[in-house]
Design a protein around this ligand. Structure first.
Ligand code: BES
Ligand code: MN
Ligand code: ZN
Length: 495
C-alpha cells in the first residue's frame, strides 16, 4: 500500500527553519504581505524573498499556484516555495493548492510554514490525496512516506483535524490500491481476505461462500461467476458506531475481471476491466474511512465479488436464471453482468437489514462514459431527498456527480418474451435501462441511489486529486454524506 504522508504540527521554531535541509513551503496571501515567519526567512535570504513577493512574477501568479526559489542563500533548504493562498480562500481552492504543493515535492522532507493561513487541514487533504503512486507491481521500489512538518503560530486543534482528514485519505488509498491491482493479484478470494482484515478496525466482516449464496437463492449473482475458477463471494461489512437504529447501506459491484463472458468483449482495452470491481472498492474504502474516524453512525457495506469468464460452465446468452427476489431474468448479453450481481445483493441488503437508505456503486455501463465522460458519475434515484444529500456531499468534496432520469417508459424496454425481464434493453439509453433493471430489485419505499461510476473510477489521465489510474472517487462523498446527515452534530447536543 502506498504510505500516507506523515504530518507533525509545531510552533514557530527559527532554528528548525535554519536547519531544514528539505523543501520549505511558505503560504503567502495574495497581497504578498510577509508575516513573522516570512520576514525571518526573507532576512536570512538577504531580502530575496521580499524581492520576489514585490515582483510582477508574484503578482501574475494565479491564486493557489506555487513557485520555487532553489538553493536559497542563508538557509540549508533545497528550496523555498511560495504558495500563493489567501486566508479567505475556499475549501476547494485550498485543496487544489495542496495538490500543487505535492506536484513540486521532490524530496521526502517538507516544512510547511503558515503565518496567517488557517485552513491547514484542507491543504493537508490536497497534499495527501495527490501524494499517491501505485508501486505494488514494480520491483526495487521502497516508497517512503512524505514527511511534512507544519509550522504554525499557535497550535490549536490542527493535529486532530489533520488526523480526521488522513482517516478519509487512508480509505481513498485503500480503494485506489484495490482498483489498481491486476486481476491475477486481486481475485475474489484475495479481495475477500483484504476485506476480512478490516475487522481489526472494529468492522464486523462476514464472507458468504457459494454454498451459502446458493441457499439464499442468489442465482443471478452466481451465474456471473460460474464460468470462473475463482469462487463467487458476498462480503458483508458492518460498522456500528451509532445507537440501535437501522443502518444506512452501501452496495458495490465487485467484478474482479470482466471479459464479457460468452458475449466476449473485443481484445482492445480489455485489460481495463481489472477496474470492474470499482464499486466494491469504493464501498470498502468508505467503510475503512468511517471506521478509522470512528463515525457515530451505523453503516453496512455489502459487495458481490465475482469474475466474469467464458468457459464450458459459463452462463449462456438466452439462459434464464432466478434471482433471490424470485423474479426470472433472461440473460440476453452475458456482458451486462454487473446488474445481475447487484440485483441479488440489493435484495439481500433490504431483506436482511431493512436500511434507512441504500446507495449502490458500480462500473455499470460504457454508455455513461459516452454521456458524462470522466468528470461526473451518473446518479439515478427514486428519492429526491436522498439524491440531494448525496449530490451536495459530492459537490462539497469536489467529486463530480450528475443526476440522470429513471422512468417507467424506459422500464418497458426490459420486457422479455419468456421470462419476467431480460438483462439488457436496446442500444438506446443504455445507462438508464441498466438503472431501471436495478430498480426492479429495490422496494418501492426504499430511498435508493444508483451511482454509475464507469467513467470516474479509473482514468487514463491525471485528475484533480489523483494521478493516472484509480481515483478513489466516491469515498469522500459517501463519508461526508454520512457525517452531514447520519451522525449527531457536535454543536447541537442531542440533535
Ligand atoms: N463493466 C462494463 C462497463 C464498463 C465499460 C465499465 C467501460 C468501465 C468502462 C459492463 O459490465 C458492461 O460490459 N456493460 C455493457 C452493457 C451492455 C452489454 C448492455 C456495456 O456498457 O457495453
Ligand atoms: Mn460487462
Ligand atoms: Zn462489468
Amino acid at each position: 500500500m502506498t504510505p500516507l504522508p506523515k504530518f507533525s504540527v509545531m510552533e514557530i521554531d527559527f532554528d528548525l527553519l535554519l536547519e531544514c535541509d528539505g523543501q520549505i513551503i511558505i503560504l503567502v496571501p495574495d497581497d504578498g504581505e510577509m508575516g513573522m515567519i516570512a520576514s525571518f526567512i526573507n532576512k536570512m535570504m538577504d531580502g530575496a524573498l521580499g524581492r520576489f513577493l514585490n515582483s510582477e512574477v508574484f503578482e501574475k501568479l494565479s491564486p493557489g499556484k506555487v513557485l520555487s526559489l532553489s538553493y536559497p542563500t542563508g538557509l540549508m533548504a533545497k528550496s523555498v516555495t511560495v504558495a500563493k493562498i489567501d486566508p479567505n480562500s475556499s475549501i476547494s481552492e485550498t485543496r487544489n493548492c495542496g495538490v500543487e504543493i505535492t506536484k513540486i515535492a521532490t524530496c521526502e522532507k517538507i516544512l510547511l510554514v503558515s503565518d496567517k493561513f488557517k485552513r491547514i487541514a484542507d491543504l493537508v487533504e490536497g497534499i495527501s490525496m495527490r501524494n499517491y503512486e501505485y508501486l505494488d507491481q514494480k520491483t526495487n521500489t521502497n516508497p517512503k512516506p512524505l514527511d511534512v512538518g507544519v509550522m504554525v503560530h499557535k497550535i490549536e486543534n490542527q493535529a486532530t483535524e489533520i488526523d480526521l482528514k488522513l482517516a478519509v485519505v487512508d480509505g481513498v488509498f485503500f480503494t485506489r490500491d484495490l482498483i489498481n491491482a491486476p486481476a491475477n493479484v486481486l481475485t475474489t478470494t484475495t479481495f475477500a481476505n483484504q476485506l476480512s482484515a478490516l475487522s481489526k478496525l472494529g468492522i464486523t466482516v462476514e464472507v458468504l461462500d457459494e454454498l451459502e449464496l446458493e441457499k439464499l437463492g442468489m442465482r443471478t449473482l452466481l451465474c456471473v461467476g460460474q464460468g470462473s475458477e475463482s469462487p463467487s463471494k458476498v462480503v458483508v461489512m458492518q460498522w456500528n458506531g451509532g445507537g440501535d437504529e437501522a443502518p444506512f447501506a452501501f452496495v458495490g459491484k465487485g467484478v474482479v475481471f470482466d471479459t464479457g463472458g460468452i458475449s466476449l468483449k473485443p481484445a482492445g482495452g480489455m485489460e481495463d476491466m481489472t477496474m470492474d470491481m470499482g464499486g466494491a472498492g469504493v464501498v470498502a474504502g468508505a467503510m475503512k474511512a468511517l471506521a478509522l474516524r470512528k463515525a457515530k453512525a451505523n453503516v453496512v457495506g455489502v459487495v458481490g465479488l465475482v469474475e466474469n469468464m467464458p468457459s464450458g460452465n459459463a452462463v449462456r446468452p438466452g439462459d434464464v436464471v432466478k434471482s433471490m427476489k424470485g423474479d426470472t431474468v433472461e440473460v440476453i448479453n452475458t456482458d451486462a453482468e454487473g446488474r445481475l450481481v447487484l440485483a441479488d445483493i440489493l435484495w439481500y441488503t433490504q431483506e436482511r437489514f431493512n436500511p434507512t437508505g441504500m446507495i449502490n456503486l458500480a462500473t455499470l455501463t460504457g454508455a455513461i462514459i459516452v454521456g458524462l465522460g470522466h468528470e461526473m458519475a451518473g446518479v439515478f434515484s427514486n428519492n429526491d431527498k436522498l439524491c440531494k444529500k448525496f449530490i451536495n456531499a459530492a459537490m462539497a468534496e469536489g467529486e463530480g456527480a450528475w443526476r440522470m432520469p429513471l422512468a417507467p417508459a424506459y422500464d418497458k424496454l426490459l420486457k422479455s418474451r419468456i421470462a419476467d425481464m431480460k438483462n439488457v434493453g436496446s442500444r438506446a439509453a443504455g445507462s438508464i435501462t441498466a438503472g431501471q433493471f436495478l430498480q426492479r430489485f429495490v422496494k418501492d419505499d426504499m430511498p435508493w441511489v444508483h451511482l454509475d461510476i464507469a467513467g470516474v473510477a479509473s482514468i487514463a489521465t491525471e485528475s484533480a486529486f489523483s494521478p493516472k489510474g484509480a481515483t478513489g472517487w466516491g469515498v469522500r462523498a459517501l463519508n461526508r454524506m454520512i457525517a452531514d446527515h447520519y451522525e449527531p452534530r457536535e454543536d447541537t447536543p442531542g440533535g
